[in-house]
Design a protein around this ligand. Structure first.
Ligand code: TXA
Ligand code: MG
Length: 362
């Protein structure tokens, strides 16, 4: 199958593109589209066959449920059995936007879409192209992130093309996804609201609306037989480049000293390593002499939305750079720290070491 990319202009010139995309969706096919978080791979969310197509195109296990994307609040009641009060408050505060809520599903939502669960995840995205496509299609769009399973989520149309070319007929190119990390997922079906996936909408913002909110404890650990995250997708090895990544915790100076020492060791073996750093910490590496250390700045710690925005693109590049190892600084302190570190820990398969300053003083 040939995969076409249509560039969106952000004007009425796009209307014919949305009509073309909607025809594919109505015919049971898949269309990749931009959202404010990451690119989605959309199909008719009420059609079991479209869900199966999505799993096949991504190479994704079919027990991993999909999110339904809607463009109007009035479309929610036809999909879910009840709307808890907490959900109304969250939707008032954050929809349209990067927040996905879990509800008890109605019969008309196929089990293929929900990976066999009785619940359904729903989100109203804030990106105008996503909203226009949902309205043109006239159905909720089931849409996972538009990456091949196991790859970092796509934040540009070119990432989607890399992963899915030949597997889907159409990609709508709306430029970079502004946020760059997937939506926050909140489950309100239990006694206490629970975050199943951290995202741009952080814990303090959710607490302000809901009062008590807890984080699925499994998110902080390596998935294993005793730790099963409640969002099935969070258990998979995700975002993991082939090159091993180790996270380095500690003060900026000690951390940089450790990474420079690793670069000298790599140089002796004629190998090359990379370090994921920030604009603020770059100066700590500037005295390093010689090749064998590739410094990749993710952005500014003081604006950690810049780090979130760049992260998946940089993770995608790592396997093309001929590296023996990647060391990454950690980024837990800013408002998006929890969401960034959740993705980074998975990319690093939870490999993390603490470096103390004295030990690294030269
Ligand atoms: O930002 C986003 O949410 C993007 C854009 C495209 O909207 N979509 C996205 O979808 O990240 P996906 O399929 O890559 O991730 C959906 C996550 C998975 O971890 C899945 O297991 C979880 O949501 N999920 C979906 N339905 C669920 C349910 N009923 N109960 C618990 N977790 C659910
Ligand atoms: Mg995904």
């Amino acid at each position: 199958m040939e995969t076409l990319i249509r560039h969106l202009e952000g004007s009425s010139a796009d209307d014919s593109v949305y009509r073309e995309a909607a025809e594919w969706i109505k015919a049971g096919e898949l269309v990749a589209f931009p959202t404010e978080t990451v690119y989605g791979l959309g199909g008719n969310g009420l059609l079991a066959a479209s869900a199966s197509k999505i799993y096949a195109a991504k190479g994704r296990p079919s027990d991993n449920p999909l999110i339904l994307h809607i463009a109007d609040r009035k479309d929610l009641s036809g999909l879910v059995q009840e709307i808890p009060a907490g959900a109304e408050a969250l939707m008032d505060a954050f929809w349209p936007g990067p927040l996905t809520l879990i509800f008890k599903k109605r019969m008309r939502v196929p089990r293929e879409t929900t990976g066999g669960l009785d619940t359904v995840a729903i989100r109203m995205p804030a990106h105008p192209a996503a909203l226009a496509l949902i309205r043109a299609a006239g159905v909720p769009l089931a849409a996972p992130s538009a990456n091949a399973s196991g790859r970092p989520s796509p934040t540009k149309a070119s990432h989607v093309y890399e992963d899915l070319k030949g597997r889907i007929p159409l990609i709508l190119d709306g430029g970079d996804s502004p946020i760059g990390l997937e939506s926050t997922i909140v489950d309100l079906s239990g006694a206490v609201p629970e975050i199943l996936r951290p995202g741009y909408i952080g814990l303090p913002a959710l607490q302000k609306v809901l009062g008590t909110v807890v984080l699925d404890p499994a998110l902080l650990k390596m998935p294993g037989k005793d730790t099963r995250p409640r969002a099935p997708g969070m258990k998979y090895r995700h975002y993991a480049p082939l090159v091993p990544i180790t996270l380095i915790e500690g003060e900026a100076k000690g951390r940089a000293a450790y990474i420079k020492r690793k670069a000298r060791e790599a140089a002796e073996k004629k190998l090359r390593i990379a370090a994921l750093v920030s604009q603020e910490t770059l100066p700590f590496y500037q005295d390093y002499q010689g090749g064998h250390l590739l410094l990749l700045s993710l952005g500014e710690r003081s604006r950690d939305e810049s780090i979130a925005h760049a992260l998946f693109g940089v993770l995608r590049r790592l396997d093309t750079l001929n590296l023996s190892h990647v060391y990454s600084e950690t980024f837990e302190t800013g408002p998006l720290g929890m969401a960034i570190m959740n993705r980074l820990r998975k990319a690093a398969s939870f490999q993390q070491i603490q470096v103390d300053q004295e030990a690294e003083d030269e």
